[in-house]
Write a protein that binds this ligand. Structure first.
Ligand code: SF4
Ligand code: SF4
Length: 242
């Protein structure tokens, strides 16, 4: 946990400008860390932003605090997936991993941003909404959030984690192409119930002309067609044939 030592703090407020999620507040002439809002990203500690050395780490008390820190600190390495940052390759390596097969659409929902963050209770709402609409959530050896799910088939997270705040988290899933419209409609509905932002990535296997028929449902739902993307060129064959 990150705390400010009251005896050392002189109230200069320099630290507030560096906090990634506005979790440092000023009161009674000193700065304080809002424990509920702090993501344990350690930016303030690592960058030594306090000229008085008043910002101090306290041992992360439980598994959820440690999870929060690993997910929010961009230089931490996730123990299960072995990936730095938010602990997932997503489907950037689909050529090799073969996670998204022909006839399927990969779904990558990137929740929270520096300056805003994401509470896990909001991540749960989104995961449950898309699971109910027909999406299959990625398992824990692919993506960290799944480790907090008490039921992978529904996206329900364990209650103990819901009020933890992360810098960002990625929900990964896939669905059959014919269920994409249902999943997108579920996302359009649940976005009104959450207190953060997310961006949606779709992982589509395209034909020689760069087209996938699932894209047509974006027009139906009033979602702009993507104007940029990342391309896997097929170097992982034969998995790319699956
Ligand atoms: S930078 Fe250090 S001394 Fe200044 S307000 Fe923050 S904690 Fe206090
Ligand atoms: S650890 Fe991160 S979120 Fe917490 S006070 Fe420091 S910069 Fe802000």
């Amino acid at each position: 946990m990150t705390v400010i030592n009251r005896d050392k703090c002189v109230g200069c407020r320099i630290c507030q400008t560096y906090c990634t999620v506005d979790a440092i507040y000023f009161q009674d002439g000193k700065c304080h860390v809002d424990e509920d809002r702090c993501t344990e990203c350690y930016v303030c500690l690592r960058q030594q932003v306090c000229p008085r050395g008043a910002i101090e780490p306290v041992e992360l008390a439980n598994f959820y605090k440690q999870f929060q820190h690993v997910m929010s600190d961009p230089v931490e390495n996730h123990g299960v997936t072995g990936v730095t940052g938010r602990g997932t390759e997503e489907v950037k390596t689909n050529d090799v991993s073969g996670r998204v097969k022909k006839g399927e659409v990969g779904i990558c929902i990137d929740m929270g941003r520096p300056g805003l963050g994401v509470y896990l209770r909001d991540a749960e709402k989104v995961a449950m909404a898309i699971a109910k609409a027909g999406a299959e959530l990625a398992p824990a050896h692919h993506t960290p959030l799944a480790a907090l799910m008490s039921d992978l088939s529904t996206g329900k997270l364990v209650d103990e984690c819901l009020n933890y705040h992360l810098l960002s988290v990625i929900i990964e899933a896939k669905c059959r192409e014919d269920r994409l419209k249902d999943v997108l409609q579920a996302l359009q509905a649940v976005e009104k119930e959450i207190d953060t932002v997310f961006s949606l990535g779709l992982i589509l296997r395209v034909d020689e002309k760069g087209y996938n028929p699932a894209l047509a449902c974006l027009d139906e739902l009033g979602i702009p067609q993507p104007y940029r993307g990342k391309v896997n060129v097929g170097l992982g064959r034969p998995l790319a044939q699956d």
